[in-house]
Design a protein around this ligand. Sequence first.
Ligand SMILES: [Zn+2]
Ligand SMILES: [Zn+2]
Length: 415
Amino acid sequence: MRRVPLLLILLLLSRAAFAHNPQVSTISIIQHQDKKWSVFVTAPLYTCQLAIAANFPKSKTDSLDVYATQNMISALVKNNLIINGDKNIKLTNTKIQVAHETTIYFDIDDTIKITEVDFKAFSKLSDHFTLLKLVPQKSIETSYILNSDNGYIYTANKNVSKFGFYKLNKYFEIVSGIGARYTLIAGAAFLFFYVLFKRKLFYKKIQGVNAKNSDFIREFLYSITTILIFGLIIINVMGNPNIRAYTKIYDEINERGWLYYFAAFPVMIMIHDTYFYWTHRLMHHKKLFNLFHLVHHKSTNPSPWAAYAFHPLEAIVENGIFLVFAFSFPLHKSHIPIFFLLSIIYNIYGHLGWELYPKGFNKTLIGKWVNTSVCHNQHHKYFKGNYGLYFLFWDRTMGTLRDDYDLAFEEVKNR
Ligand SMILES: [Zn+2]
Ligand SMILES: [Zn+2]
C-alpha cells in the first residue's frame, strides 16, 4: 500500500522530465563598422521542417531534397522578415547551412536605423520561441522574445527604451499580486477567527492558547520580505528574454488544449508536495536548521500570517518550486499564478490554528492521505514529524507521521 503513492509520484516526475522541449530559434541582426547590417537566423532542423510543413502545406517534407529544403527555408525566412515596416528591403548574399542547427545568413544593403522588426517565420509553431537579438554599433544590445503577445513584432520605442521601467513595473505587478493574495486571504481568516468570532470559537482553537501580538507582527513582516524575494526571482526569469526563452511556459491555451490545461494542476500539486517535503526535511538537518528554518519555527502556535514567515534563505528555497515549474514541463503562463493562489489558501489553512475538516476525517479513505491544520500545527508545536504540505503520502511512506496525530485530531474535534 505504501508503495502506491511513491510509484505514482515517480511516474509523474518521469513524465515531467521527459516532456517535450520547446524549440528556440534566434534571429540576430548585427551592425558592422560600415553601419550595414547582417542577419543570422539559427533554428533547429526540426523547427525548420515543422515550419515548412506549416507554411507550405502542399509540399511533402519527407521527399524534399537538401536543395529544395534550403530554398524553402531561406524563402520562408526572407519573406517573413519586415524591417521598419518596409517589405521591399533588399536582402543580399544569402547563405544557408542545413544541419542539426540550421543557419541562414544574409546582408541588408542599407545603413538604416532599425526601429521595428516583424518576423513571423516560425509563428505557426507551438512550443516555440523566437529570440530576437539586435546588436547596433553604437548602442547596447537588445534581447526580445517575439510571440503572440506582441504579434511577433519588436518596436524600439514602445518596448525597449523603457525596459528598465518596464521591468520595475512588472516587478511591482508580480509582488502586488502575490502580496494581495496573501494579505486578503490571511487577513480574512484572521478577522474571522482571531477578531470577530474569537470568543465563540476559542474552545475549538487547536492549541487552546493565544499567540502574542508581537508574533503576528513578526510573521507578517517576514512574509512581506518573502514576497519581495519571490518577486525578485520571478522577474529575473520572466523579465529576461534570454532566460524566458528557455522556460517551457507557453502563451496560448490551444497549443495544448484544455484537457492538458486542467490535468496540469494535480500534477503541479503532487510535484510541489514532493518538493516541499524533501526540502523541508533537509532544512530540519541540524546544520541547516538555525540558518534556514528557525524563523518559521518561531511560530510555535502559528496564525494565518505565518504562511510565508520564512528567513530570506528559506524564501529562496520555497520559491525553487517556481523554477522547477518554469523549466521542467510545459505550463501555460496562467498556470503559475492560479497554482500559487490554491497553494496559499491551503498554506493559510495549515497555519490557521483551527481545524476545518470534519470530525473523523483523519480516518476516512481520502482523509488518511490529506494534510490537515492539526497535523501541521503539531509540526510547529513539537518541531519533529509531519513535514508534508498538502498530503501525507510522504510522511506515511517515510514513517515521519507523528504517532499521536490521530489522537490530537480527535481530541480537537471532540471538544
Ligand atoms: Zn519545519
Ligand atoms: Zn509551517
